[in-house]
Design a protein around this ligand. Structure first.
Ligand SMILES: NC(=O)c1ccc[n+]([C@@H]2O[C@H](COP(=O)([O-])OP(=O)(O)OC[C@H]3O[C@@H](n4cnc5c(N)ncnc54)[C@H](OP(=O)(O)O)[C@@H]3O)[C@@H](O)[C@H]2O)c1
Length: 262
């Protein structure tokens, strides 16, 4: 598969770097465009064989998958720019822009194709380290297209195809979710400092504890409550801590935060 990425910013750059780092695609199978050269030059300093250009119409040449990684308000303009040059019989168009729907994309290409192969995807910033939770919805794609694209994004973490009507909720859970997890780490660090740890040490200890918790769930398949029960002795310290957190509104805060971000 050859991939063209339009927009070499945080997400576009991370996808290009991630695909090479994961060995999913060789550098020469990736082409990236950006309307200014700076970020492209930086990318080429690291990966000289990635093809870069400031031309969006040139970058899509022969690409099986065209990833639009520009801000949401630039997507329509970019689609309208490239649509006359896209061979819709095999070239798949993917937007990773928050809020841009498959129907939006279909309407913007309708002058050129009534059966485009479209993907809408939402990765998160952990794509930079190959640990994204990426959600995808598709229209007009064959099972093989979906398998190929899911495999590609699976090399950058985990990728799941979901109903498009869940896309906004998925964005709250896993894209905004990165910030929510970071906020827990920050809060725990502040608590740890009050308990006497240096902040840098505290952060390392909390990260390892989170990694341990996640690995426990991943390896055992257990419900979180099972793992909570294992550290919660009746009358012990953990239950006192959990109850104090709940009194301060922990679960409610998380649920309200998720609901507020849709
Ligand atoms: N950040 C997240 O957590 C996240 C998660 C999921 C999805 N997304 C989506 O990913 C998309 C990109 O976000 P980002 O954070 O990567 O933004 P970004 O860092 O601003 O990157 C956008 C890039 O597109 C370039 N660009 C703008 N207009 C262009 C055009 N007409 N042709 C070619 N290149 C153009 C910009 O170049 P200049 O800087 O030179 O103007 C910039 O390098 C957004 O739609 C966002 O909704 C973001």
């Amino acid at each position: 598969m050859k991939v063209a990425i339009i927009g070499a910013g945080n997400m576009g750059g991370a996808i290009a770097r991630g695909l090479v780092a994961a060995g999913a695609l060789k550098e020469e199978k990736i082409a990236v465009s950006n309307h200014s050269r700076g970020k492209l030059d930086k990318l080429n300093d690291e990966y000289p064989d990635i093809y870069t250009t400031t031309s969006n119409t040139e970058v899509i040449n022969d690409a099986n998958l065209i990833i639009l990684a520009v801000k949401p308000w630039h997507i329509k303009q970019v689609i309208e720019e490239i649509a006359p040059y896209v061979d819709f019989s095999y070239q798949m168009l993917m937007s990773i822009a928050a809020g841009v729907t498959l129907a939006d994309m279909a309407s913007w290409v309708s002058e050129y194709s009534h059966a485009p192969i479209l993907f809408r995807a939402i990765p998160n910033t952990a794509i930079l380290v190959g640990e994204s939770m990426t959600f995808m919805s598709a229209a007009g794609a064959s099972d093989e297209d979906i398998t190929d694209v899911t495999r590609l994004f699976g090399s950058l973490g985990r990728a799941d195809v979901i109903d498009e009507n869940l896309m906004v909720a998925a964005t709250a859970l896993c894209s905004c979710g990165i910030a929510y997890v970071m906020r827990y780490i920050r809060a725990a660090t502040e608590g740890a400092v009050e308990l006497g740890f240096k902040p840098s040490k505290a952060r390392d200890y909390i990260m390892q504890t989170m990694l341990g918790a996640v690995t426990l769930l991943a390896n055992t398949g257990n419900n979180p409550e099972v793992e909570i029960d294992r550290v919660t002795t009746p009358g012990g310290l953990t239950i006192k801590g959990l109850n104090a957190m709940e009194k301060a509104g922990f679960t409610t805060s998380v649920i309200e935060g998720l609901k507020a971000s849709v």
